[in-house]
Design a protein around this ligand. Structure first.
Ligand SMILES: C[S@@+](CC[C@H](N)C(=O)[O-])C[C@H]1O[C@@H](n2cnc3c(N)ncnc32)[C@H](O)[C@@H]1O
Length: 429
């Protein structure tokens, strides 16, 4: 039988390779970028991959299905839950899971914390109505079901993996009926058609795997484990000087998922009943260092991140609308061997065009995503047993090919690399 690591190192892909992933709507999700990531990395001699800002874990899911050993990390509690469900769990059968999901779907709705803070009614004209006069993200029938389901999950889950699978199932279901534009700092004043549906828990798309999968929740800069490739997708922040404070702050943008996961009934504040602990930038942990409004601070953070990581390769995602200018990132990466820089347009998320009070941000200029791929250090046993796979789309075969020595990485083909084969260094000359 073909082991995953063999397929990665020698064949370049795994029998389970899939670009299909599952996850909630998420600002900055790299769902649509996965094929580009694959195109860049599948030729590299790598086995272990770090996804340090995993968010929805969609990219980690791809890494797992491509056969890599994956370390999936994010500072957000809900991301850890997704990581346990999609990465740490490798049992796709999970006997008894369907019965538990069915049991949860048939619970009698109850009034509880979620209903008191996040449930609303239709005023008869399709507008949101609630006793406290605030907009709400769910109809009462759905928050009542949530109140019943959330407490039961703690009681029926056998272990932390099953707990995470059931929570992921719940969050995925809620995401389908949430009355928002894809984030939780402002809710719509009119009920969207999706909000009228009853949410239904379904079995998440569980992934098999025979590699090693680790899920952590820590500041990306504190990760000290060695990996072959580190993928960094930090918060982009904003370079819009007119509205520098209107940027994606993940703790606040997805406060509701945090509360569903922790089930800690926090004190809530403001128009969206956000958790108190993420309601102000001055509270510890409320904003990430990558979300600072100070340019130098964000640049310094990124600099420390890439210089500190113990990885042979770094793949870095950023945007031309991000806080740090692409020219400054180019300078940081020019310290290493630049293998590719990809620039491509990425459909701007609807919410990025709106402020929290739904005014137009005004900056409608083109949004470009960047992927930087650099070789930072040589492997521990340089040039001994790695071979970069040749060509794309080769037919998969279970036969084990002879190991060959390779001198160097195959250069990225010119159409992929906006600076041609000279890389960034050439550009900076
Ligand atoms: C652009 S999103 C990543 C999206 C992810 N690649 C996906 O496809 O879903 C940035 C992520 O960084 C996380 N984050 C912010 N600061 C962090 C830090 N210091 N260490 C680790 N994760 C952090 C946020 O919680 C958020 O999920």
């Amino acid at each position: 039988m073909l082991r995953n690591d063999q397929s990665v190192l020698e064949l370049g892909f795994s029998p389970r390779l899939s670009f299909e992933t599952e996850g909630v709507r998420y600002s900055g999700s790299k769902r649509s970028v996965i094929p580009k990531i694959h195109e860049l990395i599948h030729v590299l001699p790598i086995r272990s991959v770090l996804d340090a800002f995993a968010g929805t874990t969609r990219v980690s899911q791809y890494f797992k299905s491509a056969g890599y050993d994956v370390h999936c990390n994010d500072i957000a509690a809900y991301s850890t839950v997704f990581g346990r469900c999609y990465l740490e769990n490798c049992d796709v059968e999970r006997p008894g899971l369907d019965e538990k999901i069915k049991f949860l779907n048939h619970l009698k709705p109850v009034d509880g914390y979620f209903t008191a803070h996040f449930g609303g009614e239709d005023d008869g004209a399709g507008l949101v109505k609630a006793a406290d006069g605030k907009k709400k993200p769910f109809l009462l029938k759905n928050t009542r079901k949530l109140d019943a389901v959330r407490d039961q999950i703690d009681k029926i889950a056998e272990d932390k993996i099953e707990h995470a699978i059931l929570l992921t199932s719940l969050i995925n279901a809620l995401d389908q009926v949430e009355n928002t534009l894809g984030h939780q700092v402002a809710y719509l004043s009119k009920w969207a058609p999706r909000a009228y549906s009853d949410f239904v828990l379904r079995r998440p798309r569980l992934l098999a795997g025979d590699g090693s999968y680790r899920v952590t929740r820590m500041d990306a800069r504190k990760i000290s484990d060695r990996c072959d490739l580190a993928y960094f997708d930090p918060p982009y922040n904003t370079n819009n000087t007119h509205t520098p404070t209107t940027r994606v702050r993940y703790a606040s943008y997805y406060h509701f998922w945090t509360t569903v996961v922790l089930n800690d009934r926090p004190q809530s504040v403001g128009a969206s009943n956000r958790r108190l602990d993420c309601s102000s930038d001055t509270l510890p942990g409320a904003i990430s260092k990558y979300e600072s409004t100070k340019y130098e601070q964000v640049l310094e953070e990124i600099d420390q991140l890439i210089s500190g990581v113990d990885a042979r390769y770094i793949l870095f995602s950023y945007s031309n609308k991000g806080k740090v200018g692409i020219e400054d990132l180019e300078k940081l990466f020019a310290r290493y061997k630049v293998l590719a820089v990809e620039k491509f347009s990425h459909r701007e998320n609807v919410q990025k065009l709106l402020t929290s009070n739904r005014e137009w941000l005004g900056d409608q200029s083109a949004n470009f995503e960047y992927l930087f791929l650099v070789e930072k250090s040589l492997p521990r046993s340089a040039g001994t047993d790695f071979c970069v796979s040749q060509g794309r789309g080769r037919k998969m075969t279970a036969a084990r090919p002879e190991k060959q020595k390779c001198e160097s990485i195959i250069p990225m083909p010119p159409p992929l690399n906006i600076y041609g084969n000279r890389g960034i260094r050439g550009l900076l000359k």
